[in-house]
Structures are given as C-alpha cells and as structure tokens.
Design a protein around this ligand. Sequence first.
Ligand SMILES: [Zn+2]
Length: 85
Amino acid sequence: MSGHIPLRMCMACREMKPKSELIRMVKTNGEVAIDTGFRIQSRGAYVCKSCKCISLLKKKKCIERFFGGGGSDKVYADLMKYVEN
Ligand SMILES: [Zn+2]
C-alpha cells in the first residue's frame, strides 16, 4: 500500500522510513544544518525524529562521517530542539 512513498535511511538506526518521519540535514558553506523544508538541493543525510536516534547519531559521529566534517554540538542541539518541539 505504501510502495509509492519514497523511503530514506536513518543514519543512526539504519531503518528505512518515509521522509515525513525523518529530519533531513545538508551541508552548506561547510556547516551542517537542518533542511526543514526538504528544499535544499544537496546531498542529504537523514535521522529519525527521535531523541534516541539523535543521541546515537552523536555517539557514532554519523554526521562527521557522512559529510566528512561539519558536524558540531550546535547541529545536535538543533536536532534535539527540533524533535522536542
Ligand atoms: Zn533512526
């Protein structure tokens, strides 16, 4: 039934989920930021909208590895704020 929904993989738990359940991140000007509107045309990384996955993402340094740097405490703090809202 949901075959037409494009799935993306969460970098933390490696589960495939619909985009609506994930947060997209992109690297622009050397810094990784949340792409809230899925608008930025760039290679994106995804994580579930869950504190558990974001904590795991930070622990495994997934952002740094995916983008080759650009991860910062601010990105993780922004992600946490995003899911808490
Ligand atoms: Zn996840």
